[in-house]
Design a protein around this ligand. Structure first.
Ligand SMILES: *Cc1c(COP(=O)(O)O)cnc(C)c1O
Length: 369
C-alpha cells in the first residue's frame, strides 16, 4: 500500500510468552496495547516530528488537548507560567481555571514584549507559552528573543504553531521546546476531523509522553488516517491559502468600510518584519476591523456573503468568516475595538470569486449604513 492503512484495535496478540515479554522491552514499550498507538498512529507521529523538525511527536484527540496536556506535562504546584496575552481563548481559559486550581501561578505577557519578557521571568518560571501570530489579533512574536530569556532560567518554551503549520514556521530552529498543532486545521485540511499533535525536543519529550500516557490520551485511527491523507497535499493547499489570503487581504484594505487589516504578510503590518525574518509563508487566516456600524448593517454584510460560511475553526478547503463583536480578552493591555472585527479564512476557491463576494457584501453594508 502507498498509504499506511487504518489499523483498528485495542488488543494486540502475542504468540508466545517470549513475544509478549519482548513487547515490554525498552525501545518497544508501547506496542502492547492499542492505547499506546498503532502503525497508523506511528506513521502520522513520525511524519509530523520530521516536518516540525523535533525529536518525536504524540497525537491528541483535539488541538486543545495537545495544548492542555503539554502544559500539564511540564508544570507542578508552585511553578509560574507566562502565556502570551494573545493566546487562543480556550488555552487561556484552561490556564485560568485549571492551572490556578493546581497552585500554578498564571501570568500573561505582551505579545510584542520580545526580550523585554525578562522583566516577568522569575526563578520559578517553568513554561513560557507562545503563539505567533496570535489568535484572532495576529501579533507576531519574537520567538528567538523570548526563548533566549526563558532558557536562562531553564524554562520550557511551548508554542501553538497552528497558524503557520509545520511548513511555514520551523519551531525548533527558533528555540521552541514543544510545538503544538491543532491538526484539525490545515493538517486534516477538510473540516472533517478533530485532532491535535505535540512535538517535543529531546529535553521535553519524556515528560510530554509520560504525562499524555498517564492521562490516557489516544486518538481514533480514522481521524489519524484523515490527517495522514491531509499531509500529502498540505504544501499545495497552503501555498494556495497563502496566495488567496494575501490577495483578499490587500483588496479588503482598499475598501472604505474596512478600518484595518490584520495580516502579517502585508508590508504595512506591524508584525511584517518579524514575519519576513522567521516565517517561510503565510496561512489563509487573518482578520479585518470594520468601521463602526450598526448591528443591522453588519447583518447585511454577513447575510450577503455567498461563498463564505459563518463558523468556527478554519484550515479546511472552504472560506469562512467569524464575527468578533467583543474585544478579545486581555490582561496586559486592553484591546481597543472601535468597530466590529471579522476573522477571515481564505479557502481554496477562485480568488477572484472570493474578492468579488466580499466586495459586494461590503458595498451592500455601506449602502445600508
Ligand atoms: C483551533 C485551534 C486550537 C484548538 O484546536 P481544536 O482541534 O479545535 O481543539 C488551538 N489553537 C489554535 C491556534 C487554534 O486555532
Amino acid at each position: 500500500m502507498v498509504n499506511t492503512p487504518v489499523f483498528r484495535g485495542s488488543t494486540i496478540l502475542s504468540n508466545s510468552l517470549g513475544e509478549w515479554e519482548s513487547r515490554k522491552l525498552p525501545g518497544n514499550p508501547y506496542a502492547s496495547y492499542g492505547r499506546f498507538g498503532t502503525p497508523t498512529t506511528r506513521a502520522l507521529e513520525t511524519a509530523l516530528a520530521e516536518l516540525e523538525g523535533g525529536h518525536r511527536s504524540i497525537v491528541f484527540p483535539s488541538g486543545l488537548a495537545a495544548c492542555t496536556h503539554s502544559l500539564m506535562a511540564l508544570l507542578k504546584p508552585g511553578d509560574h507560567v507566562l502565556l502570551t496575552d494573545s493566546v487562543y481563548g480556550p488555552t487561556r481559559d484552561f490556564a485560568l481555571s485549571v492551572l490556578t486550581r493546581f497552585g500554578i501561578e498564571v501570568e500573561f505577557f505582551d505579545p510584542l514584549a520580545g526580550s523585554e519578557i525578562r522583566h516577568q521571568i522569575r526563578r520559578n518560571t517553568r513554561v513560557v507559552f507562545v503563539e505567533s501570530p496570535g489568535s484572532a489579533t495576529f501579533e507576531v512574536q519574537d520567538i528567538p528573543a523570548i526563548a533566549r530569556e526563558a532558557h536562562k532560567v531553564d524554562a520550557f518554551v511551548v508554542m501553538d504553531n497552528t497558524w503557520a503549520s509545520p511548513l511555514f514556521f520551523k519551531p525548533f530552529e527558533h528555540g521552541v521546546d514543544i510545538s503544538i498543532q491543532a491538526a484539525t486545521k490545515y493538517i486534516v485540511g477538510h473540516s472533517d476531523a478533530l485532532l491535535g499533535a505535540a512535538t517535543a525536543n529531546e529535553r521535553a519529550w519524556s515528560l510530554l509522553q509520560r504525562t499524555a500516557h498517564d492521562f490516557g490520551q489516544t486518538a481514533g485511527p480514522d481521524d489519524l488516517y484523515l490527517a495522514l491523507r491531509g499531509l500529502r497535499s498540505l504544501s499545495v493547499r497552503l501555498h494556495r491559502h497563502w496566495e488567496n489570503g494575501v490577495l483578499l487581504a490587500e483588496s479588503l484594505a482598499r475598501h472604505p468600510m474596512v478600518a484595518q487589516v490584520l495580516h502579517p504578510a502585508l508590508p504595512g503590518d506591524p508584525g511584517h518584519a518579524l514575519w519576513r525574518r522567521d516565517f517561510k509563508g503565510a496561512s489563509g487566516l487573518f482578520a479585518i476591523a470594520l468601521k463602526p456600524v450598526s448591528r443591522d448593517a453588519l447583518a447585511v454584510f454577513f447575510d450577503s456573503l455567498e461563498l463564505f460560511g459563518i463558523g468556527l475553526s478554519w484550515g479546511g478547503y472552504e472560506s469562512l468568516v467569524l464575527p468578533m463583536l467583543e474585544a478579545p480578552a486581555r490582561a496586559v493591555r486592553p484591546w481597543k475595538l472601535e468597530g466590529p472585527m471579522v476573522r477571515v479564512h481564505a479557502g481554496l476557491e477562485s480568488c477572484n470569486d472570493l474578492m468579488l463576494d466580499m466586495q459586494s457584501a461590503l458595498d451592500r453594508m455601506q449602502r445600508h449604513a
